[in-house]
Design a protein around this ligand. Structure first.
Ligand code: ATP
Ligand code: MG
Length: 435
């Protein structure tokens, strides 16, 4: 193994993509061994960096002997420095190859515990055990390139289009924020605390002063589910604004997802191609909960009284492809206490369904202390436990509304990937807490 001068390298290095896009003749490359082939008189190393792959070709009669002899011994995923001459080649991928004049092994890869080829034969759980190595795969890289764009586009949309303020919220809370029981507890000096299941109450407080606020917030849910769409730690794209009802924020949600998808189409063309995803800018459809009920009845699909089942969500995805389906006028019965009631039985809450799965819940919130007290009591919770929260609306609180989109959910649905763990760098589920 050789040490190289990294400062010099940073000055002189050419990325693989630039080899194809420039007419440089001598290049210094670094990257990982993607593939090795030995045809005895000719030896190939396919070198990969973050921008692409290129063939490094050793020819017995031309390449310096010590380099040529070493070429076949280099194991896959080892890290190399290659200095060489760029030549046109019809057979080489991309139409160019590098004839090596110097090869240095920077780091040797031992025998690989997982299959790192694009269509890996290793099952997901094992790949997740070795996620750091799974990230050598271009398919895995493509997924997280897209997720990075989703996050950036969300921030960009909120800042540029909505002029909203980005906020950070605490993850440690003294007690349940929403009255749910599915909370992780932790030790905090001599107290018992909980990990936040949402930033709901905090973003509401900000909407009541700052007016428009957004956050990318990590949430923890101690639900013992073991599904392909739930994690115990996930990230949410959260939004909340003052002087708005559910219709105002549904429209913003639609625009936001549209903006995100447009950016992914723009910035991740190659990733989408690699992942074989045909992505379309979503349309929107608005249906009341009752209308969904009728539609399901016509199609002989069972509909629950207060919630959409998985099957119903799936059907909505089939009936309205590439569409964000907003289901509003939702029964108040199962909605959290902070959702504004509408008449006797309905609420100002909604769910957004995209490609057959819930991506978001939202709605207008309760900003009137008396209604909050009533709703909390109706839920069988102790009003006293929520005193601080209720009191925050006693000093000038405008009507407000908002939503939260699951980042990993949105990623899996945009990419048509079946398991949420696949689109989570280091997933936390019921069994997995490492790496
Ligand atoms: P679901 O009904 O799908 O379990 P939920 O209604 O419990 O979700 P919300 O509290 O409404 O979830 O959270 C807002 C969004 O966050 C959801 O629409 C979904 O996109 C995402 N989300 C919720 N729970 C999880 C989870 N356990 N893992 C990953 N994403 C989640
Ligand atoms: Mg929900």
């Amino acid at each position: 193994m050789t040490e190289i001068n990294l400062q010099e390298l940073q000055k002189n290095r050419t990325y693989v993509k630039d080899v194809f896009e420039s007419d440089k003749e001598i290049v210094e490359l670094v990257g990982w061994v993607h593939n090795v082939r030995d045809l005895s008189k000719v030896k190939f190393i396919v070198l990969r960096d973050i921008t692409g792959i290129i063939q490094v070709t050793g020819v017995g009669s031309k390449t310096p002997k010590e380099i040529f002899d070493d070429m076949e011994k280099i194991s896959r995923e080892s890290v190399l420095y290659v200095r060489g001459k760029v030549v046109d080649s019809k057979q080489a991928p991309g139409g160019k190859e590098v004839l090596p004049e110097e090869i240095k092994i920077i780091s040797v890869a031992e025998e690989l515990p997982i299959d790192v080829s694009d269509y890996s034969k290793t099952e997901l759980p094992k790949r997740l055990d070795y996620r750091f190595l799974d990230l050598h795969r271009t398919r895995t890289q493509a997924i997280f390139n897209v997720q990075s764009t989703i996050q950036q586009a969300f921030v960009e949309f909120m800042v540029k289009e909505e002029k909203a303020m980005q906020a950070q919220f605490p993850s440690i809370i003294g007690s349940s924020s929403e009255g749910g029981t599915e909370l992780f507890s932790a030790k905090y000096f001599d107290k018992e605390v909980c990990l936040s299941q949402s930033c709901q109450l905090y973003k509401q407080m900000l909407a009541c002063s700052i007016e428009k606020v957004f956050a990318i917030f990590t949430v923890w849910r101690a639900e013992k589910h073991n599904t392909t769409r739930h994690l115990n730690e996930s990230r949410q794209l959260d939004f909340e604004m003052a002087f708005a009802d559910e219709f105002v924020v549904m429209e913003i949600l639609a625009k936001c997802v549209e903006y995100i998808v447009k950016k992914v189409l723009e910035k991740n063309e190659e990733d989408l191609k690699l992942l074989e995803v045909k992505l379309k800018i979503p349309k929107t459809k608005y249906l009341t909960f009752e209308e969904v009920g009728k539609l399901m009845k016509e199609n002989k699909i069972h509909m629950e009284k207060y919630d959409l089942s998985l099957e119903v969500e799936k059907k909505l995805g089939e009936f309205f492809k590439d569409t964000i389906v907003f289901v509003y006028d939702w029964p108040i019965h199962d909605k959290p206490f902070y959702i504004m009631p509408k008449g006797k039985d309905l609420s100002r809450g909604f769910d957004a369904i995209y490609q057959g799965m819930e991506i978001s819940s939202g709605g207008q919130r309760v900003h009137i202390p008396e209604i909050l007290e009533k709703r909390i009591a109706e839920k069988g919770l102790d009003v006293e436990d929520f005193k601080g929260y209720i009191d925050s609306f006693r000093y000038g609180a405008p009507p407000h509304a908002g939503w939260g989109i699951g980042l990993e959910r949105l990623t899996m649905l945009i990419l048509g990937i079946a398991n949420i763990r696949e689109v989570t760098l280091f997933p936390r589920d019921r069994d997995r807490i490492s790496p």
